[in-house]
Design a protein around this ligand. Structure first.
Ligand SMILES: [Zn+2]
Length: 231
């Protein structure tokens, strides 16, 4: 089967039976109404039960070639390389990004085992490179991830940790673009609550009256009173 991936239509020619063996959605898409057994029982036979003059093609314009390359490697070599073998932080981060693209493919084609490996490598890549996606990239990944997706949760928790980092002066403002989706804001605040184990704040209805007052000179009721007494 000829597979065309991404807007540039990068092409791979792969064994259809291998794709169908690992993924029911792919089998359904490639074989239509035919049973997937028709392929897998056939070994390497190029005969797919369909007329040979109609070659199988698979168009994946919205998927990422870097992620698909990892999928092909896994299909033919049976493994996803560890990010740890890469030397520098930039390479580790780029590999993590490719693993996120692979994750999206696995999610779509229901390759659960590889999907789990992909997010493992993504997290390990970020951890080893000591890098996190910036707000723009984090927002893109969040929006590309379906609700309940592990990547969505991961992006929210990364943002929560960045904001709560006592060694960083940067606050929630850096994620302003993410807040355009109110769901992100809700999930972020909940992640902070979960991450801190919750904490009961000072009761704003008790004490500290002057912090709620309008004082013309920016002082307090006390300083005003003393001033008046002085006169
Ligand atoms: Zn006052």
């Amino acid at each position: 089967v000829d597979v065309f991936v991404g807007p540039s239509r990068r092409r791979w020619t792969l064994h259809a039976n291998l794709l169908c063996h690992h993924s029911e959605p792919l089998a359904a898409q490639l074989l239509g109404d035919q049973s997937p057994d028709a392929l897998s029982s056939n070994g390497h036979s190029p005969s797919l039960g369909s007329p040979p003059e109609a070659p199988l093609t698979l168009d994946l314009p919205e998927e990422d070639p870097a992620g698909f390359e990892l999928l092909v490697k896994w299909l033919y070599q049976g493994k996803l390389d560890s990010v740890s073998r890469l030397a520098n932080d930039e390479q580790k981060y780029d590999y993590a990004v490719a693993c996120h693209k692979l994750y999206l493919l696995c999610d779509r084609f229901e390759l659960r085992q590889l999907k789990n490996q992909a997010i493992d490598e993504y997290r390990k890549g970020l951890s080893e490179a000591r890098l996190v996606p910036d707000a723009t990239e984090l927002n893109e990944i969040y929006r590309a991830s379906p609700a309940e997706s592990a990547f969505r949760k991961l992006m929210v928790q990364i943002a929560a940790r960045q904001i709560m980092d006592p060694d960083s002066e940067r606050g929630a403002d850096q994620y302003r673009s993410c807040f355009e989706d109110p769901e992100f804001a809700v999930e972020l605040v909940d992640a902070i609550k979960l991450g801190t184990g919750g904490r009961l704040f000072e009761d704003p209805t008790e004490g500290g009256a002057c912090s709620w007052h309008d004082h013309s000179n920016g002082g307090s009721c006390n300083t005003k009173a003393k001033h008046k007494q002085g006169k």
